[in-house]
Design a protein around this ligand. Structure first.
Ligand SMILES: Nc1ncnc2c1ncn2[C@@H]1O[C@H](COP(=O)(O)OP(=O)(O)OP(=O)(O)O)[C@@H](O)[C@H]1O
Ligand SMILES: [Mg+2]
Ligand SMILES: [Zn+2]
Length: 581
């Protein structure tokens, strides 16, 4: 039977069919056209965005009987063999299962001989970051003396884990996550070709759940098809994926807008009654509030809004009920709640607490202002735009309250029984002005700029620049709500490197979209006086984490923490990293 899973059946066969990676495909096509193909490429990007597909098309382009050509014919023997995976000159190796040195030795033997019947041997090394050190050394030797007419393509979801020596010998292409719109359009196109009726709401649910990966989007479509009869409906897809109905989210928005704790708690009750997974609900709420925040900042028609155009009006209406500050705060409270739901027992309790915080969040402004004041008196004046008054500073204090990646400080007060852990989303004992259910934010953590290696002459200059950049970004709430989660900032060779903790992956991805990236570059240009490239990275698990004593020292020196301690009369009793018990 000719049945093929959708993702395979619709795997692009030419560069022009690849969605959303024009920056890669155009460069490759040009390189082929001008006969400047590199010996080694790194294709980096999250799962299911076209890395392997592009590698195979490159192989075809190089070896096509009518080539080398950027437009392989897909009909000659070579093209067909490559499509079928039977070409002797195109080796696909999964480094995850062939991590060993032996395979790489074998590979080196293999590439020593000229291609059997083609122009090039192409080696596609999938999940290349999984190679053992030994194997990657062996690979390095090959790359150091690249054999004639061999092209290596290392595909990886974690380029930062590749050895620097390998990286420096290869040309790097960063594949980006696909947007909601790109995924939704592909799902619609394929549904049409399959003669399938699918409701627009169902497309939206699938495209959102794909979270930037087209392959995931297509596999979900596949599941939805086998779950449905002739029409794939919105309701069926929600049921299949355990996605809450949109009206539950509308209810949440109403509860917050009317500051009704009762309604918020009723909602949790209803979710439990319906057997919904509370964590799912929280994730959905995060998506929804992210959309509202983006709609508020960039307008509901922005391509950054992950919603179909039919929903734009509803999003605009809801976004208009709140200020940008409120929405950012809601977003952060939900992120912290999600964290709690994941790590702690009793999801019901944590969801209820989270929703109560949302309902009360708008009343927290006074306390935030105190903290913003402290921040102002403790650090040199920031270059926040004066037109918006104290707001940006208040914001940065509020936002960092629940920044998931920041270490937490335990502030023990002199009075008994009132110590609190200012962990993400947790509470500091109510100050005079705060309402009972308040969650008081702690101010930004101490500067986390780590000057480059000691002895680096530019370290001081770079860190001063980083501080200036941060100060300028704090005036741009939308950008700041993303970049503040970066745990490491480094300037090196005309590039700003921003490292995000892996749990902030979605923020890091969001930052890479065109709109925020352009805004970010504009700010950098203004501050530094020349264009800086921006490189967004995820911290690999092995990144060095400061020891507790170093963390404590940093906190002790931090002007904001010091001011807080004075104001509230406390002392630092314990410094913890996020997630630490
Ligand atoms: N950019 C894209 N354009 C068109 N289709 C795509 C794209 N990305 C993924 N797909 C679809 O998803 C399937 C899987 O893509 P591919 O194998 O290239 O992903 P990948 O990036 O190599 O993922 P992984 O990191 O999991 O190996 C393809 O067969 C295709 O149907
Ligand atoms: Mg792949
Ligand atoms: Zn061909």
């Amino acid at each position: 039977m000719g049945y093929k899973v959708i993702a395979r059946k619709y795997r692009p066969q030419t560069f022009s069919e690849i969605v959303g990676q024009q920056h890669v495909t155009r460069t490759l096509a040009n390189a082929i056209g001008s006969n400047r193909v590199a010996h080694a490429y790194i294709f980096s990007g999250v799962r299911g965005v076209g890395k392997t597909t592009t590698a195979r098309i490159l192989a075809k382009a190089l070896n096509c009987a009518s080539g080398p050509t950027a437009d392989p014919d897909n009909t000659c023997d070579s093209c067909r063999e490559i499509s079928a995976g039977t070409s002797l000159d195109v080796l696909e190796i999964d480094a995850a299962s062939n991590r060993g040195i032996d395979q790489i030795r074998e590979l080196r033997e293999m590439v020593r001989y000229a291609p059997a019947s083609s122009r090039y041997k192409v080696v596609i090394l999938d999940e290349a970051h999984q190679l053992t050190d030994e194997a990657s050394n062996a690979l390095l030797k090959t790359l150091e003396e690249p054999p004639e007419r061999v092209v290596f393509i290392l595909a990886t979801t974690q380029a930062e884990d590749l050895a620097d020596t390998i990286k420096s010998r290869a040309q790097l292409f960063q594949f980006r996550s696909l947007t909601f719109k790109e995924i939704a359009e592909e799902i619609e196109r394929i549904a049409r070709e399959e003669n399938l009726t699918i409701e627009p709401g169902a497309v939206a649910v699938l495209a959102r759940a794909a979270e930037g990966s087209l392959r995931d989007g297509l596999s979900l479509l596949e599941q939805a098809i086998s779950y449905s009869e002739d029409t794939v409906t919105d309701a069926q897809v929600r049921e299949l994926l355990g996605v809450v109905a949109e009206n539950v989210l509308d209810d949440l928005v109403e509860a917050i807008a009317t500051q009704s704790s009762e309604r918020a708690l009723g909602l949790v009750h209803r979710l439990i009654g319906d057997g919904q997974n509370l964590q799912h609900f929280c994730r959905e709420a995060i998506r929804h509030f992210r959309n509202l925040l983006v709609a508020r900042v960039c307008g509901a028609s922005s391509e950054l809004v992950a919603a179909p155009s039919e929903e734009q009006e509803r999003l605009s209406e809801q976004a208009a009920k709140f200020s940008e500050e409120d929405l950012t705060r809601f977003f952060n409270i939900l992120l912290a709640t999600d964290d709690d739901l994941r790590k702690k027992p009793d999801p019901r309790l944590h969801l209820e607490l989270g929703l109560l915080k949302l309902v009360n969040a708008q009343r927290l402004a006074p306390l935030e202002e105190i903290l913003a004041d402290l921040r102002g008196s403790g650090t040199p004046a920031k270059s926040a735009p004066s037109s918006s008054g104290g707001a940006p500073r208040a914001m940065s204090a509020a936002q960092s309250a629940s920044a998931t990646g920041h270490p937490a400080v335990t502030v023990a007060r002199d009075t008994p029984k009132s110590s609190a852990v200012a962990a993400p989303g947790a509470t500091i004992p109510p100050a005079r002005t705060a309402s009972p259910a308040s969650s008081a934010p702690i101010p930004a953590s101490p500067p986390r700029i780590i000057a480059r290696a000691a002895g680096d002459a530019t370290g001081g200059l770079a860190s001063a620049q980083v501080e200036a950049i941060k100060a300028a970004l704090q005036g741009q709430k939308f950008l700041w709500s993303m970049v503040e989660h970066a745990t490491r900032w480094e300037i090196e060779g005309g590039e700003l490197h921003l490292f995000f903790p892996t749990e902030s992956r979605s923020l890091a991805e969001m930052l890479q979209a065109r709109d925020p990236m352009e805004r970010l570059r504009t700010v950098l240009n203004q501050v530094v006086g020349e264009p800086l490239r921006v490189c967004v990275k995820l911290e690999s698990g092995r990144a060095s984490v400061p020891r507790s004593s170093e963390l404590r020292a940093r906190f002790e020196e931090d002007p904001i923490v010091r001011a807080m301690l004075e104001r509230f009369g406390g002392q630092i009793s314990k410094v913890k990293r996020p997630g630490e018990e």
